[in-house]
Design a binder for this molecule. Structure first.
Ligand code: PEP
Length: 260
């Protein structure tokens, strides 16, 4: 499948693994990254293991010989200060990260993040020189009551408000229907493509069609090796944000290969 945009496949490890497993999974992915072909690969470990993963990738200034990049799962919107337990975007950058997931549905639903919070974090992460992976997506109840378009539109426009076009051009958006995350219920390619096309039209409204055409939009929600190819075939799906299946090198690489 050849796309206008280079695909990006990111693994969100969430709060899983230990240091030894984080290291061995990283080594396995790095050693076989070439199997994925032309796709950007990103590993997003728990913050505490980010340095372990950075070392296993041999990261120097965000570049690794394997081409696999490091990302955070979240970051605080301030540069430093009295924010016990938090991680600043500059710290992620300092240890070699290039990306940071923001506004994941678990952050929104379990930790009270609003579009305004996500917007502040997007600005802080961009200011630190990282690429935000901005997550949006509707709940089952919102989909069933016909509110998908309204909910996703509000999230995209709210989370990305006030971001200049040249910064918008650098971001990644992840469409993750909440009902598909960790449930085994993947969106159909048509359901996903429809929302991806909507997201791209909103990005065009925030910048221009030319800029929106360059922005990569990932799909996330129960992506597995056996459903990745049909998602990758959709014109506006430019990669995947992978939870459960990213914890196994074989599955993660098979998904990446479908997008490569
Ligand atoms: C996620 O949490 O970003 C995700 C997509 O999880 P899963 O692949 O396990 O559904």
């Amino acid at each position: 499948m050849s796309h206008r945009r280079k695909s990006i496949v990111a693994g969100n490890w969430k709060m899983n693994l230990d240091a030894a497993k984080a290291r061995s999974l990283t080594e396995a992915v790095a050693a076989r990254a070439g199997e994925a072909g032309s796709v950007d690969l990103v590993l997003c470990p728990p913050a505490l293991y980010a340095t372990t993963v950075a070392a296993a990738l041999g990261l120097a200034a965000g570049n690794s010989a394997s081409g696999v990049a490091l990302g955070g799962q979240n970051a605080h919107e301030k540069e430093s200060g009295a924010f016990t337990g938090e991680v600043a975007p500059g710290m992620l950058r300092d240890i070699g990260s290039r990306y940071c997931i923001l506004g994941h549905s678990e952050r929104r639903t379990l930790f009270g993040e609003t579009d305004a919070t996500v917007n502040a974090k997007v600005k802080a992460v961009l200011a630190a020189g990282l690429t935000p992976i901005v997550c949006v997506g509707e709940s089952l109840e919102e989909r069933e009551s016909g509110r998908t378009e309204a909910v996703v539109s509000a999230q995209v426009l709210g989370s990305l408000a006030g971001i200049p076009a040249d910064d918008l051009a650098k971001i990644v958006v992840a469409y993750e229907p909440v009902w598909a995350i960790g449930t085994g219920k993947v969106a159909t390619p048509q359901q996903a493509q429809d929302v991806h096309a909507l997201v791209r039209s909103l990005l065009a409204r925030l910048s221009s069609p030319t800029v929106a055409d360059k922005i990569r939009i990932q799909y996330g929600g129960s992506v597995k090796p056996d459903n990745a190819a049909e998602l990758a075939a959709c014109p506006d799906i430019d990669g995947a944000l992978v939870g459960g299946a990213s914890l196994k090198a074989d599955d993660f690489l098979a998904i990446a290969k479908a997008f490569g």
